[in-house]
Design a binder for this molecule. Structure first.
Ligand SMILES: [Zn+2]
Length: 80
């Protein structure tokens, strides 16, 4: 894994293929913080994505990171 990247469990919503992918570490925008995830649970929304019953409204491309029920510690505050 290269500097400035992290691993994410990604689902291709077209092919239903799950991969562990290297993705850029996000920078927090104004009024946001970045959280270093310590654990993430599986939500029914993840199951619905896998089953094709739910499609992310603002997804760019066809891959989505699963596990939005996350817990962790604030890693970096954004501006403001
Ligand atoms: Zn959820």
């Amino acid at each position: 894994m290269s500097a400035g990247t992290m691993l994410a469990g990604r689902l291709n919503i077209e092919t239903k293929e799950f991969t562990l992918s290297e993705v850029p570490i996000p920078e927090p925008g104004p009024g946001f913080v970045r959280v270093k995830v310590g654990a993430a649970g599986v939500c029914l929304s993840d199951v619905h994505l896998i089953q094709g019953l739910l499609r992310p409204q603002f997804l760019q491309g066809s891959e989505v990171t699963l596990g939005h029920e996350a817990a962790g510690t604030v890693d970096l505050p954004g501006p403001e």
